[in-house]
Structures are given as structure tokens and as C-alpha cells.
Design a protein around this ligand. Structure first.
Ligand SMILES: O=C(O)[C@H](O)[C@@H](O)[C@H](O)[C@H](O)COP(=O)(O)O
Ligand code: SF4
Length: 608
């Protein structure tokens, strides 16, 4: 085992010893109270199966037959979730075939960050993760279930489903995705067309044509953003069946995996002899495996929030220094857009998750001795070096490739794209921030330039359109933290800042807001904590201050005379205009309760 991975794991275990022990005690108590529908009154139970057919009713009257609760994030707004609409019927059919039952326990809301990117709706996006967690709990609180299947893929949905399911950690839980859409217009070409539009060189018609060729059918968008980082995480944390992450929707293999996930869920309930509750799968080693997988694959910066919040829900305490220290020893093994030209379909074809896990296990960078939902397919994480295929109609697993099909997309640990994972924590007199450098060219990783201060992304775009940004600059977009306006992604700024960078200007973005997992080429110091509304020093920066962002040495600072800097006040902000409209008025309690970015920007507290 790599000594740093071992040391970080130990310190996470030590840091969370008390909260983890409280969590486990609660889960053990819940486990003892099972089988769960057995504690319901006749009235409760009759309500619970009133709408079932006679076969399911008969199965549910006793407590010997497994009942699987389906929690689904289906809607037509996310191309990644559209295929899920047909899953419940297939799951119910697969359950009945093995003498079990499946019931649709509840639906959870799901926001497409692509539809809301740059729009007011994006200011609900991060909070929607915790709403999804609560909705998952509402669904499972019927307490009719011996296991759960979570159907979801995208950004805040998988983290929300997992946080919610962790409050039912005594249940076995398997995640069931729909897979990526087939490759369309290459993501890099899409980004180039956007920059032409940002410069006024093409019209909306040409832009929409390009966007529609990139995002063209059901399935997850093919860039390596937060959604596909989620799929990687569910695999490497042992919450998918092996090889589930990147099989395309509407294929026989996809359907077979959905059915096999159903069968597996029924096999690992407390009613059988292979009981595998979620709380045993999601432990400190699984969280460290998740962070290592995120770093090795150049995954989304949003997981410096979501993985922290997920860990907290399991009583585990993770800090950005854990990410930072693991990044220093985790080689970068993939180049998937925005970290390269390839997309997740190309990554999957080059060897995908089975080869990535094989390489990281062989490098002593992953804990192999973990509990997963696929214990029947192999010991611990070693089951995940296997990949599924159809032998006629039969789903089987075989060892995945030992060599990459394309070392330009998926490298071996002996010849990585970079010796480190490209995620850094930045320190200085502006607070703590994270930056992902895996998509930033070496020559752009240090920027020292005058600040241009904005209180919204639209203000920045107006300045760009009026030609006021044609110079070296550090764009400060402040009052974008969770308490201020829900910590939106500011990915809409990427094309404009990319144009300035391509013109040869030294450009960087510094904000207490977020960027998309799909953001890349422009250096961005994000998630600054404390946020401006909490008195964070980022609020003190004025136009013209010299700002230094040095991703190599982890520095982010305003080079202002110390006495002057100490004398400056953080200005107050009039945010009334962004606290109404598009439902934002309903989220005031969450803006008040939400904790800081480094604690996961969540409204839930570990000590609850
Ligand atoms: O974190 C992420 O991965 C993003 O939120 C992603 O889900 C979002 O949809 C982007 O906005 C898509 O990229 P474009 O906006 O460039 O299409
Ligand atoms: S990846 Fe992003 S844009 Fe694509 S469906 Fe998911 S949330 Fe929407």
C-alpha cells in the first residue's frame, strides 16, 4: 500500500472515530429492528401493498421475501436520466422472476446543470443535492424494504441519493445508471464553436447546431464532468456491479446489468446469508478509494464538496488536505475531455474502469480489501478488474484487459500523463481554495495580474462583450458562495475567458463559487472559503490589486500592503435580487443553514 494512501486513511479513521462510531451504532440498531416491514402494523402493511398484484401482496404479507425499494431520479430534462423511465417495470419483472418483489418507493427531483448553466436555476443546483437526500429518505421511510436500488446519474443526484440512502445504511443499496449517450460532435469542437460565438463570429443558429450535435440523444453527456465522475465513484467505491458505469443505454448489456443489479440486491438482504448493508460498503477505505479514483481520472472539482458531504453522512470526516495529499501521490492516468480530446466512450473502449482499477490496485493506491455489492464476483475491489459481457443471453464477467487499448486516453501507471492527480489546495490571504490543473496547460498554471472584480457572472460577460477585458487579468467573481446565492457553477464564463487566454493574455478566475466538472483550460481557484458573505477576505479585493495564483506551489494571494489589507473591510452585498424568482425564495432556510465549502456545503450536520 502506498504509504501516503495508508497515512491519509489512518488519519481519516482517527479524525472521525467518534462520529463514525455513532453512525455505526445507529445502523446496527436499525439492523436489529429488521426485517423492516415486520415492525409495521397490519394497517401500515395493507396500505403499503394495497396497489400490488395478488402475487406481490402474497409475498409481502410475510417477511421472508425480499422487497426492493426503487428510488428513481427519472425525468425528461436530463438526457442521462430519460432512459430510467422504463427501468422500474424491468426491475419488478426481474424481482418477480426470483421470487422477490420490487416497489417504486419514490421519485427524487433532478436538475440538469446543462439546462440551468448560466441561468438563475443554477442557484438551486447545489441545494438540490440535499433536497434529493431528503427525498430519498422520504421514499425509504415507508420501511417496507429489505434493499434499495438508486436510479440516478448526474451531478447532485448520485451524491444526494447516496447521502439519503446512508441514513438507511442498514439496507443494501446498489446504484443503477443508464450510461453515456453515443459520441457526437467532439467536445473540443463544441468548445471551439462556443468561443467563435462568444467573439460574435457566428450566430445562434450555428451554435445551436453544434450544441445539438454534441448533446444528441438519451444518455449521459460524454465529457468527463461530475455525472461521469459519479459513475467512476460508484464503481470504485463498490456500489455498482462491476463494469456498469459506461455501458450505453438501450443496449442488451445495459438491460442485463439492470436486471442483474436487481437480482444482486435481493441476494444481499438480511433475509439471506450474504447480507451486505450500505454502511459496511461505505467506510473510510471506500472514501479514500473514491478520492484516488477521482484524482487518477481528473474528475470533477465538485467532488471536493460532494464526497466530503457523502462521507459526513457516513460519520466520516474528510478535508481538502486529504485530497491535496492524495493528489501528490496519485498519477494522472486518463485524458478525457476537458482533460483531453477523448470522451467517456473512448475511455471505456480503451479499457475503462476495469483497467483503471487494475492499474491503481497494482500501484498500491487503492484498498483492495473492501466490502462491495459484488462479493459474489470476487474478493473486494479485485472483482472490479472484471468486466461484463453477454454470452448469448447470459450475463457473465471476465477479467478486463491488462493493456490499454489507447495509451493516449488511458495510460499505465508506469507511463502516466502526470505523476500527480492535478488537484491542489491553494492558501494565502484570500482564504483556502481548490484548483484542478489537469485540464490547464503548464504555462497557464501561474498567473500574476491585476484584479477585475465582479459581483456576478453577467457583469463579467458584459465587460467581456464591451472589450474591457483585453489584457492580463485575474477575474474575481465574489458573493457566489453557498450562503450568498447557493454557490452556482460559473462555467458559462469559460468560452469568454478561453478567448482571452487564446489571445495570449494571462487569465485566471478566482471565486467562492463553483465551476463545472466540464470546465477546464482557464486556471480557476474556486470554492474559496470562508465565502465573501461570511466575511471572507476575497471580498476585500479591489480592481487593480495584484493577485498571484500559483497552482504549482499552492499559493493564492492579493499582493497588497499588509497594513492597508488589514484595514480594509469586506463590503456588504445586496443580494435581495437573487433571493427571489425561479423558486429561490423557497431556499432561504438552506442559505442560512448551509455550512462552508470545505465541510461539503451541506445543510446536514454530522453531529445530528
Ligand atoms: O459539473 C458538471 O459536470 C457540469 O455541471 C455539467 O453537468 C453541466 O451540465 C455542464 O454545464 C455541461 O457543460 P456545458 O454547459 O458546457 O454544456
Ligand atoms: S451531464 Fe450535465 S448536462 Fe448532461 S444530462 Fe447530466 S446534468 Fe445534464
Amino acid at each position: 500500500m502506498n504509504p501516503t494512501v495508508a497515512e491519509v486513511t489512518d488519519r481519516i479513521i482517527k479524525r472521525g472515530r467518534e462520529t463514525r462510531s455513532t453512525y455505526l451504532q445507529r445502523m446496527n440498531e436499525a439492523e436489529q429492528r429488521g426485517p423492516h416491514r415486520g415492525v409495521l402494523s397490519c394497517g401500515n402493511l395493507a396500505h403499503g401493498f394495497a396497489a400490488c398484484n395478488i402475487g406481490d401482496k402474497t409475498s409481502l404479507r410475510g417477511d421472508a421475501k425480499a422487497n426492493i425499494g426503487i428510488v428513481s431520479a427519472y425525468n425528461d430534462m436530463l438526457s442521462a436520466h430519460e432512459p430510467l423511465q422504463h427501468y422500474p417495470d424491468r426491475i419488478k419483472e426481474a424481482a418477480r422472476e426470483i421470487g422477490a418483489v420490487a416497489q417504486f418507493a419514490g421519485g427524487v427531483p433532478a436538475m440538469c446543470d446543462g439546462v440551468t448553466q448560466g441561468q438563475p436555476g443554477m442557484e438551486l443546483s447545489l441545494f438540490s443535492r440535499d433536497v434529493i437526500a431528503m427525498s430519498t429518505a422520504v421514499s425509504l421511510s415507508h420501511n417496507m424494504f429489505d434493499a434499495a436500488l438508486c436510479l440516478g446519474v448526474c451531478d447532485k443526484i448520485v451524491p444526494g441519493l447516496l447521502i439519503g440512502a446512508l441514513t438507511f445504511g442498514h439496507l443494501p443499496v446498489i446504484f443503477v445508471p443508464a450510461g453515456p449517450m453515443p459520441s457526437g460532435l467532439p467536445n473540443k469542437k463544441k468548445a471551439e464553436v462556443r468561443q467563435l460565438y462568444a467573439q460574435g463570429k457566428i450566430g445562434r443558429g450555428e451554435l445551436l447546431d453544434a450544441e445539438s450535435k454534441s448533446y444528441h440523444s438519451p444518455g449521459t453527456c460524454t465529457f468527463y464532468g461530475t455525472a461521469n465522475s459519479n459513475q467512476m465513484l460508484m464503481e470504485i467505491m463498490g456500489l455498482h456491479l462491476p463494469g456498469t458505469a459506461f455501458v450505453n443505454p438501450g443496449t442488451p448489456l445495459r438491460d442485463a446489468l439492470t436486471r442483474a443489479s436487481t437480482v444482486r440486491a435481493a441476494q444481499i438482504t438480511a433475509l439471506g446469508d450474504d447480507y451486505t448493508p450500505l454502511y459496511r460498503v461505505l467506510d473510510e477505505r471506500a472514501v479514500v478509494n473514491g478520492i484516488v479514483g477521482l484524482l487518477a481520472s481528473g474528475g470533477s472539482t465538485n467532488h471536493t464538496l460532494h464526497l466530503v458531504a457523502i462521507a459526513r453522512a457516513a460519520g466520516i470526516q474528510v478535508t481538502w488536505d486529504d485530497f491535496h495529499d492524495l493528489s501528490a501521490v496519485t498519477p494522472s492516468l486518463t485524458r478525457i475531455y476537458p482533460n483531453g480530446q477523448a470522451d467517456v466512450n473512448h475511455f471505456h473502449a480503451a479499457g475503462g474502469m476495469s483497467l483503471l482499477i487494475r492499474e491503481l490496485l497494482a500501484g498500491g493506491l487503492l484498498h483492495g480489501d473492501v466490502t462491495t455489492v459484488a462479493g459474489h464476483l470476487g474478493e473486494g475491489l479485485h472483482a472490479y478488474t472484471r468486466e461484463p459481457f453477454l454470452d448469448g443471453e447470459t450475463l457473465v464477467w471476465r477479467e478486463g484487459p491488462e493493456e490499454s487499448g489507447d495509451p493516449e486516453i488511458l495510460a499505465s501507471r508506469s507511463a502516466p500523463f502526470s505523476p500527480d492527480g492535478g488537484l491542489k489546495v491553494l492558501h494565502g490571504n484570500l482564504g483556502r481554495a481548490v484548483i484542478k490543473t489537469s485540464a490547464v496547460r503548464e504555462e497557464h498554471r501561474t498567473v500574476q495580474a491585476p484584479a477585475m472584480v465582479f459581483d456576478s457572472q453577467d457583469q463579467l460577460l458584459d465587460a467581456f462583450k464591451s472589450g474591457k477585458m483585453e489584457r492580463d487579468l485575474v477575474a474575481i467573481v465574489r458573493f457566489q458562495g453557498p450562503k450568498a446565492n447557493g454557490m452556482p457553477e460559473l462555467h458559462k464564463l469559460t468560452p469568454s475567458l478561453g478567448v482571452l487566454q487564446d489571445k495570449g493574455f494571462k487569465v485566471a478566475l478566482v471565486t467562492d463559487g463553483r465551476m463545472s466538472g466540464a470546465s477546464g483550460k482557464v486556471p480557476a481557484a474556486i470554492h474559496i472559503t470562508p465565502e465573501c458573505l461570511d466575511g471572507g477576505p476575497l471580498g476585500k479585493v479591489r480592481d487593480g490589486d495584484i493577485i498571484r495564483l500559483d497552482a504549482t506551489h499552492g499559493i493564492l494571494e492579493a499582493r497588497v500592503d499588509e497594513t492597508e489589507w488589514a484595514a480594509r473591510e469586506v463590503p456588504s452585498a445586496d443580494l435581495a435580487a437573487v433571493h427571489h424568482g425561479m423558486g429561490r425564495e423557497l431556499f432561504a432556510p438552506m442559505r442560512t443553514m448551509v455550512c462552508g465549502a470545505e465541510q461539503g456545503a451541506t445543510v446536514f450536520s454530522i453531529s445530528d
